[in-house]
Write a protein that binds this ligand. Sequence first.
Ligand SMILES: Cc1cc2nc3c(=O)[nH]c(=O)nc-3n(C[C@H](O)[C@H](O)[C@H](O)COP(=O)(O)OP(=O)(O)OC[C@H]3O[C@@H](n4cnc5c(N)ncnc54)[C@H](O)[C@@H]3O)c2cc1C
Length: 389
Amino acid sequence: MVVDHASGELSLGISGGRSAAGALVRRIVVVGGGITGLTCALACVRAGAHVEVIEAHASATRLPAHIDVVPNLLRDLARLGVAQACVQRGFAYSGLSVVDERGDEGFRLPTPSLAGPQLPPAVGIALADLLDLLEGAAVRSSVDVHRGCTVNRVDSESGRVIAEDGRVWEADLVLIAAGAGSPLASALLGPARPGVLRHAWWHALLPRPPWLDRSTWMAGSVGRRLLLVPISMSRAGVAVVSTEEASGPTDGYALTRQLKSWGSFPRRIAAAIDPSVPVVLHRVTSWLRDPPWHRGAVLCVGASAHVIAPPFGQSAAQDLEDAVVLGELAAAGLDRPRLLRQFTERRSERVRCLHELTERAALWTTQPEPATDLLQLAGEIDRLVATPA
Ligand SMILES: Cc1cc2nc3c(=O)[nH]c(=O)nc-3n(C[C@H](O)[C@H](O)[C@H](O)COP(=O)(O)OP(=O)(O)OC[C@H]3O[C@@H](n4cnc5c(N)ncnc54)[C@H](O)[C@@H]3O)c2cc1C
């Protein structure tokens, strides 16, 4: 890694020696401009690569949802240089309260400080704000973001990327960051084995209750779970777990009706939600592709390779870990085969462990059984992610 002290910018050696079989990784095309695509782009451009992001949606998401930036996610945002911006846009907090359906606190879990002394332990932020600040940081770092352009074919041998509108890109490395269930990822690596978890999470934004100063998990009677997170001085996000296959309306009226049928705490939340504004019903599964997640010049990252179950905040955190590791390997000046091999070595076993632990914990939230000790599982997850990837 070489640092240009004059500019203060990282100018990382990716022009080192080429191995016999290896192509250097100078040009990277990222398919997908979600959390994974934007953070990978940021990590790779800071490593000295020329990076372009191709995103199907013409405009940024306005999904009314929050992201709970747990300590290891904030640590990795700090490694990409965007944690401070996240703190400024979001709501810094410390600790997780676990409450019952009346809102009485049963216990409080500490949130470790993993992002360093200048940063809080954790942050709540609107999903749209996080994506907006990531895209802004990527563009300022000279990433070219092409919006409103859908990729319909990626040639793994040549690294050629072909869009619906006929545009063609060529890259030394193509990242498929096109989300869960991406046909591009399946065309490359075959269909993913479906996971066992089948949840649906309602997401809504609401005015922040004045007393809400940390993430709050309501563990009510079986099937009644929600997470309330402050995301700014004036707003909060709520995520409500549902196992039912929602067949009826999926609007704010349906969500508030459900909350009003629960205890006094969710009833207070329902009263604060404006049912006429949009909410999201996010169908959540969890699954993992068998490694390796690459073929030829193409690597699947983020939800195109692994979907980690909520509610431990590890889904986006694992996307970020892909980005940080990729950036380090790009900065190390490895040729493509070695970069892909080392990426697999550093990511696949760690993601497998987290996938297994979080899936067991998530299943327990809706089907508690005595063989699972949730606090022990949470401790194992915390210990695993306390060390950077
Ligand atoms: C409502 C909601 C709430 C969430 N809350 C949390 C949370 O609190 N904590 C947490 O850790 N995680 C949360 N997540 C999940 C977390 O955001 C995921 O880990 C993350 O969305 C996965 O990011 P990704 O970039 O891999 O995929 P995606 O977010 O699915 O992004 C993929 C992008 O690729 C684009 N794309 C797809 N195909 C193509 C193509 N062919 N050509 C061009 N572009 C393409 C899509 O338009 C999309 O923008 C939430 C997700 C949602 C939807």
